[in-house]
Design a protein around this ligand. Structure first.
Ligand code: ZN
Length: 355
């Protein structure tokens, strides 16, 4: 019953796709693993999932998959997501912990789901997925690798990334390599206009460093996605950054936390900031070859619950269609208004982080 409700909603809302709201300076198209599409074709999008990853394995083993097992598990799953109305998935598995664009393309071909892959390195997990050469290379040299993927394709293919993905470890100050990777991400943004999605969680020191470097480079906060912002308990800092233009990625939806998500999304709506949040599950279709970590709760549980909690179909369309389309616009987002970049982190929260 719930599924039918979501399908109807999708049909209605896709018919209402606005015909043109492109910024004149932005590229009209985003790269998927099947090639570029217009932003208007993104449709219903999940902005932080893993089609598959080899997180947990050693760095030299992460590119390897049993492709038969992978396809048997992931393809039927994504076909079901497609039937729930999902058009696009932003895949957040970076190089060195399991990105395989050739396999992603085959999965996309088989499921009719548009998959957007990323460039960047994953600096969380105790740095185990940072390649050795990055320690000796300059930020500029690293950015050149990522820019080359955007301009010429990934690993000899013509598949190009649609965003930059970076990560900070939870609960510890950023290290030198973390800072260097962030600098490389900023240089990549300044060259390509790709949005930077950064696994930050509730690491307030990582947040401060990011805001500092964005400010130093006069990059508008809307070039940046606060990935795993759902882990932050205090709403004030999220609302504050959203008001300044940053994207707040609430990407941990599952069946057990629907009420908490309803509460938080209501708060963003009350503050007129519904247009700054991204929703996802951080699901995984094939985690190191293991069972699926689900990514359909938004459609089976959260959306129906939103509809019974006073949200309109337009609200849902805003969060799942318009926001992803806007967040991943390919545009170098410079700002000359430094005031927008001042970030205040509530003291209580900052102290809590140090415990
Ligand atoms: Zn993730």
């Amino acid at each position: 019953m719930k599924i039918i409700a979501v399908k109807l909603l999708v049909a209605i809302n896709l018919a209402a796709l606005p015909s043109s709201c492109q910024n004149s300076k932005a590229l009209n198209q985003i790269n998927t693993v099947q090639g570029p599409i217009n932003f208007s074709e993104l449709g219903m999008s999940l902005t932080h999932e893993h089609i598959m990853s080899n997180y947990g394995k050693e760095i030299n083993e992460t590119p390897s998959y049993d492709s038969i097992q992978l396809f048997n598990q992931v393809i039927p799953y994504l076909k079901n997501l497609r039937s729930l109305g999902v058009n696009s998935i932003f895949d957040c598995t970076t190089e060195y912990f399991g990105r395989r664009v050739d396999l992603l393309k085959m999965i996309s071909d088989a499921t009719d789901i548009q998959i957007i892959t990323n460039t960047g390195f994953y600096g969380a997990a105790d740095d185990r997925y940072i390649p050795e050469y990055a320690y000796g290379a300059s930020a500029k040299a690293i950015s050149e690798i990522w820019i080359d993927e955007f301009e010429n394709g990934i690993k000899g293919t013509d598949i190009k990334p649609g965003f930059i993905k970076l990560a900070f470890d939870d609960g510890r100050p950023p290290s030198d390599i973390d800072k260097k990777l962030l600098e490389a991400g900023i240089l990549t943004h300044l060259s390509t206009g790709l949005t930077i999605a950064v696994h930050t969680g509730k690491n307030m020191e990582a947040l401060e460093l990011q805001m500092q470097l964005l400010r130093d480079n006069a990059i508008h906060p809307s070039a940046w996605i606060w990935t795993h912002a759902n882990k932050v308990e205090d709403d004030i800092v999220l609302l504050d950054l959203a008001a300044k233009g940053s994207w707040i990625s609430l990407d941990g939806v599952n069946e057990s936390n629907i009420n908490e998500y309803i509460r938080r999304i209501k708060l963003f709506k009350q503050k007129n900031l519904l247009h700054k949040i991204l929703l996802s599950h951080d699901g995984n279709g094939f985690p190191s070859g293991g069972p699926i970590r689900n990514f359909e709760a938004i459609f089976e549980s959260l959306v129906p619950e939103m509809l019974t909690n006073g949200f309109t179909q337009d609200d849902i369309y805003q969060v799942l269609v318009r926001n992803p389309k806007e967040a991943f616009q390919i545009r170098i987002r410079k700002t000359d208004d430094q005031d927008k970049m001042q970030v205040s982190i509530p003291k209580v929260l900052a102290e809590d982080e140090n415990k």
